[in-house]
Design a protein around this ligand. Structure first.
Ligand code: NAD
Length: 503
């Protein structure tokens, strides 16, 4: 397998192997450290199908070393006033802005999404960091005189060492969903990035260091299943967040909570868009096309199923016109791997064999000059039945399955029957219908005439049903609950006040 030059990050974050491949290092206690393992995986650039680095499959020993570093850093970091801790993140935000282009290029290189999408990811990382910078205002405690001379107050304490396990589709943004909030709130952290996209995390660590984060507050352990299981099992870790597929989210949630950890595990999705015949044709078609194809359909907020209600053929036709304007290698990036490309194309073929109609066919896409890249073109499939696999499974590619319904009730029945619940959207010009669908769709994030209804800060991110295990949401105010524990102090200084039933 040939290798290409990895332009970023800096040399210190990797070591050079005997075959010239750069091997990524763990980041433990502020030092770049070789993993104690003999297992490595290639890191590929999906746009060109070439290896760009190797990632170690760290062991429980590596996790243990990171936990010890995070534990050692915890007393000083957690006892620092939040108004001091937050200063690091004002600087981190400025550094992300300064290096935005370079951070986006790194996402593009390891994930395959196009530069404008990679840049949008960095912008979201900056936005969540802005939110973290407001945390001192949001967590100011509460006090109340609860009976004569007696005061109750609530203070929020960090949970301790937290672990954060992330997927391949947002190498910069998903780690940043938790890093700023968890650390500003006084926790120390171990990040386990996806082994498919480990490079962005290296630059995150470098920028946090440059921003003045003390050694050991943020650590990285690379790897796969074994590293994740060690994080679930390690008694030194108090809370764990996971973002990835539902199958793994369930396993991780069960394993982490069986070790009495606080856990929040976000899983996969099958987001339904309900389209009414009165919907604004152009707005609906462009929104739906962008939602199903953005980041090559590899978003947990992507539209992957559309229920067209009644006489909606005009919208389906317009949607196909829009989909045909999406060109692989131009305004559509690569999917993550050869295996992903094959899986997505298999789903399309199976649907066709079961009687669905392929209106726009993205199979066999090739990009000139990038013939080895993993591309799938935009695909629109009509006449899909709810019992087909293409309607039920998370395909995670630029593919839209269209089902037909006669009424809004029937459309909602289809949406409600899917086991996931990340997002659902309705496209209509009727406020009453929009309100009805928003109320009755079984999803945590609802869009009205919006194809990707990601709540912006300070609104929190999180789905329902099989799209999330654990209470609360991962970002926004909800993250305060997850990353802190409340201490309630009841005080009386005046001996002359009478003793009553509670104090
Ligand atoms: P994945 O579940 O394969 O991997 C996620 C993480 O789990 C990685 O760090 C990986 O190393 C680890 N992992 C993989 N198999 C494991 C196992 N058996 N035991 C323990 N750990 C394991 O997910 P992915 O393919 O990287 O990401 C895509 C998935 O993530 C999609 O399902 C997508 O919907 C989901 N996702 C969800 C959200 C959300 O907010 N709900 C956001 C982004 C992505």
């Amino acid at each position: 397998m040939s290798t290409t030059t990895l332009n970023i990050p800096t040399q210190s974050t990797t070591s050079t192997g005997s075959n010239g491949t750069r091997t990524i290092l763990n980041y433990v206690g502020g030092k770049w450290t070789e993993a104690r393992t003999s297992g490595f995986l290639p890191v590929m650039n999906p746009s060109i199908g070439k290896q760009i680095a190797s990632v170690p499959l760290s062991t429980a020993q590596d996790v243990d070393a990171a936990v010890r570093a995070a534990q050692a850093a915890f007393p000083v970091w957690s006892s620092m006033p939040i108004k001091e801790r937050v200063q690091v993140f004002f600087r981190y935000k400025t550094l992300m802005e300064k290096h935005a282009q370079e951070l986006a290029a790194l996402v593009n290189e390891e994930n395959g999404k196009i530069m404008s999408e990679a840049m949008a990811e960095i912008e979201k990382s900056i936005e969540v960091t802005e939110f973290a910078c407001s945390l001192p205002q949001l967590i100011a405690g509460e006090t109340l005189e609860v009976s004569k001379g007696v005061e109750c107050r609530i203070d929020r304490y960090p949970v301790g060492v937290v672990a954060c396990i992330t997927p391949f589709n947002f190498p910069n943004m998903v780690p940043n969903w938790t890093i700023p909030n968890a650390l500003v709130l006084g926790n120390t952290m171990i990040l386990k990035p996806s082994e498919l996209v480990p490079l962005s995390s290296l630059r995150i660590a470098e920028l946090l260091k440059e921003a003045g984060l003390p050694e050991g507050v943020f650590n990285i352990v690379h790897g796969g299943q074994a590293a994740v299981e060690a994080l679930c099992d390690n008694p030194g870790i108090h809370a764990l967040t996971f973002v990835g597929s539902t199958k793994v989210a369930k396993l991780v949630y069960i394993r982490a909570t069986s070790h009495l950890k606080r856990a929040m595990c976000l899983g996969g999705a099958k987001n339904h868009l309900i389209v009414l015949p009165d919907a604004h044709e152009e707005m609906t078609a462009t929104n739906v096309a962008a939602s199903m194809s953005g980041c090559a359909g590899q978003r947990c907020m992507a539209a992957s199923a559309m229920v067209a209600v009644g006489a909606s053929d005009h919208i389906v036709r317009r949607l196909c016109d829009e989909a045909k304007k999406i060109i692989p290698g131009k305004n559509l990036g690569a999917v993550i791997s050869k295996a992903a490309k094959e899986r997505i194309e298999r789903y399309i073929t199976e649907a066709e064999q079961q009687g669905a109609r392929i209106l726009v066919d993205g199979r066999g896409a090739k990009v000139e000059g990038k013939e080895e890249g993993y591309y799938v073109g935009p695909t629109v499939i009509d006449n899909v039945r709810p019992d087909m696999k293409i309607a039920q499974d998370e395909v995670f590619g630029p593919v839209l399955a269209i089902m037909r319904a006669q009424t809004v009730e029937e459309a909602l029945k289809i949406e409600n029957a899917n086991p996931y619940g990340n997002a659902a959207s309705v496209f209509t010009q009727s406020g009453g219908v929009a309100r009805y669908v928003a109320e009755h769709a079984s999803a945590g994030m609802i869009g009205v005439n919006i194809g990707v209804p990601v709540p912006r800060e300070p609104f929190s991110f999180g789905g329902w049903n099989e799209s999330k295990f654990g209470a609360g949401d991962i970002t926004g105010k909800s993250s305060i609950e997850f990353f802190t524990k409340p201490k309630k102090t009841t005080t009386k200084w005046n001996p002359e006040s009478k003793v009553n039933w509670m104090s």
